[in-house]
Design a protein around this ligand. Structure first.
Ligand SMILES: Cc1cc2nc3c(=O)[nH]c(=O)nc-3n(C[C@H](O)[C@H](O)[C@H](O)COP(=O)(O)OP(=O)(O)OC[C@H]3O[C@@H](n4cnc5c(N)ncnc54)[C@H](O)[C@@H]3O)c2cc1C
Length: 422
C-alpha cells in the first residue's frame, strides 16, 4: 500500500466520509486515503430517539466498508501523531504516511474523568448517557418509578448541545404515559445561562420548559457524582456576593447547599452528557490551539477551515475550534468549503471563494411527534432554510419536523450526504 497520498483524511466519520465522497465526485482520479480504525459508523443524531425507545439502535449503524467511497484507500489504522513540517502522520500499524494535503476529522473524545465519580456512576443502573449507550437510557426511562429525574451537561464544549435537553422532553412525556409523572420532579441543570441561546427558538424552548413543569437550574456546573448516595454536586458558575442561598424549589427537590457555592441535588435517575475534548493525539500536537479558551481543539480559520499555521492542513467537524454548535448539520456546510479550498489550491495555490459562516442546526425534539428546527450561524444569528421557511415557521413545535427528524434526515444522511451529493 502506498505511503503517500495526495489527500489524506484522518477519521472516517461524518466529516471524513462526506469530504472524501465530495472529492471523488469532483474528480474520480484524485488519490484520496482515509485513516480510520473502526469497522462501524453510527448515525449519532438518531441516538436521541433510541434513548426514548422510538428508534432501533441497529438502524443507526452501517459497516465502514460500505461507506468508504469507491476508489478511496481505507487505511484501517489509528493516527498517533503529526509532523506537519514533514507532511507526515504516524500511525499505529502502518508507520509514517505522507500527504500533499491533510484533513483532520477524528471527532472528539469523551472525558469520563472530567467529573469526579462519573466513571463509577455510569456502572450503576440509574445513571445513563445517550452519548455512550442510548439503549441503557431507554431501559432507565422505561423502568423509572418516580422521584427526581435529573438531566445535566458539562461546562466543556459538547457535540449537539441540544441533545441533553431533547432526551428530557421525551422522558417527561414518557413519564406521563407510564403514569409516574405526578410523582416525578424533572430537573434540567446546565452550566449555561439560558435554555437555548438563539432567538426566537429561545422563547419557544422557555415555553416548553414552563409547560412541562421542568425545574430549570442555570449556572449549575456538575463537578462530582456521589453514586453511593445518588447525589450530584454542582458548582454555581456565577459570582454571588455572600454566597448562594437555597432556591424556592430546593425543599421539594431535597436540594442542599454545601459551602458557599455548591448545590447538591439528589437523583433517582440521572442522564448527562460527559465532558468532551479533542482527541489526545490532536490536543498534544502542534495542530491544536496551544493557549486560550480553545486550547486543545484544532486551530483553524473559522471561515476557510484552513489551519492557521500549516496551509496544506484543514480541520472540520467536532475536532475543530469553531464558535458554533458541533453537529453533523454543520459538517454538511463545512465539507464543501474544505473540498473547494483544496481543489483550488491544487490548481493555483490559492483558496477558493467559498466561506463557512458558522451554520449549524439543532433539531430540538420536544416530545413524541413534536420538533423545533433551530438553524443558526456564528454569533447566534438565526439562519433558517429559506425554502423550508416558506412552508412553516420552524421556530414553532411541528409534527412535520418530527417526521423530518425520524425519517427524512436519516435517509438524507445515508443516501445523499455520505455519498457526497449535498
Ligand atoms: C446523542 C447525540 C445526538 C446528536 N444529535 C445530532 C443532531 O440531531 N443533528 C446533528 O447534526 N448532529 C447531531 N449529533 C452530532 C453529530 O453526530 C456529530 O457532530 C458528527 O457525527 C461529528 O462528525 P465527525 O466526523 O467530526 O466525528 P465522528 O462522526 O464522530 O467521526 C470521527 C471518526 O474519527 C475516527 N477516529 C478517532 N480517532 C482516530 C484516530 N486516532 N485515527 C483515525 N481515526 C480516528 C473515529 O473512529 C470516527 O470514525 C449528535 C451526537 C450525539 C452523540
Amino acid at each position: 500500500m502506498s505511503k503517500h497520498h495526495q489527500i489524506l483524511i484522518i477519521g472516517g466519520g461524518t466529516a471524513g466520509i462526506m469530504s472524501a465522497a465530495q472529492f471523488k465526485r469532483e474528480n474520480s482520479k484524485l488519490d484520496v486515503a482515509i485513516i480510520e480504525p473502526a469497522e462501524t459508523h453510527y448515525y449519532q443524531p438518531a441516538w436521541t430517539l433510541v434513548g426514548a425507545g422510538t428508534y432501533d439502535m441497529d438502524d443507526t449503524a452501517r459497516r465502514m466498508s460500505g461507506l468508504i467511497p469507491h476508489g478511496v484507500t481505507w487505511i484501517k489504522d489509528k493516527a498517533l501523531n503529526f509532523d506537519p513540517d514533514q507532511n507526515t502522520v504516524k500511525t499505529e500499524l502502518s508507520g509514517a504516511i505522507t500527504y500533499d494535503y491533510l484533513i483532520v476529522a477524528p471527532g472528539l473524545q469523551m472525558d469520563l474523568d472530567g467529573i469526579e465519580g462519573l466513571r463509577e456512576a455510569l456502572e450503576t443502573d440509574s445513571v445513563c448517557s445517550n452519548y455512550l449507550d442510548p439503549e441503557k437510557t431507554w431501559d432507565i426511562i422505561k423502568n423509572f418509578k418516580g422521584g427526581n429525574a435529573l438531566f445535566t451537561q458539562p461546562a466543556t464544549p459538547i457535540k449537539c448541545g441540544g441533545a441533553p435537553q431533547k432526551i428530557m422532553y421525551l422522558a417527561e412525556e414518557h413519564f406521563q404515559r407510564s403514569g409516574v409523572r405526578d410523582k416525578t420532579e424533572v430537573i434540567y441543570a446546565t452550566p449555561g445561562s439560558v435554555i437555548f441561546g438563539v432567538k426566537p427558538f429561545k422563547a419557544t424552548m422557555e415555553e416548553v420548559v414552563r409547560r412541562k413543569n421542568i425545574h430549570l437550574k442555570t449556572f449549575y456546573n456538575p463537578v462530582k457524582i456521589d453514586s453511593e448516595n445518588k447525589k450530584v454536586h454542582f458548582r454555581y458558575m456565577q459570582q454571588k456576593e455572600g454566597g448562594c442561598t437555597l432556591n424556592e424549589d430546593s425543599d421539594v427537590l431535597g436540594e442542599e447547599l454545601e459551602g458557599d457555592m455548591t448545590f447538591v441535588v439528589p437523583y433517582d435517575m440521572l442522564h448527562l452528557a460527559p465532558p468532551q475534548s479533542a482527541p489526545d493525539f490532536v490536543k498534544n500536537s502542534p495542530l491544536a490551539h496551544q493557549e486560550g479558551p480553545s486550547k486543545g481543539w484544532m486551530n483553524v480559520d473559522i471561515n476557510t477551515l484552513q489551519h492557521n499555521a500549516y496551509k496544506n492542513v484543514f480541520g472540520l467537524g467536532d475536532v475543530a475550534a469553531l464558535p458554533t454548535a458541533k453537529t453533523g448539520a454543520a459538517i454538511r456546510k463545512q465539507a464543501p468549503v474544505v473540498v473547494a479550498n483544496i481543489l483550488h489550491m491544487m490548481q493555483d495555490g490559492q483558496l477558493d471563494q467559498k466561506q463557512y459562516e458558522g451554520y449549524s442546526s439543532c433539531p430540538l425534539v420536544t416530545g413524541y411527534g413534536k420538533m423545533v428546527l433551530a438553524e443558526f450561524k456564528y454569533d447566534n444569528v438565526r439562519d433558517s432554510d429559506p425554502l423550508l421557511s416558506t412552508f412553516m415557521d420552524t421556530s414553532k413545535e411541528k409534527w412535520s419536523l418530527w417526521v423530518l427528524k425520524k425519517y427524512g434526515l436519516p435517509w438524507l444522511y445515508w443516501n445523499r450526504m455520505m455519498k457526497g451529493k449535498m
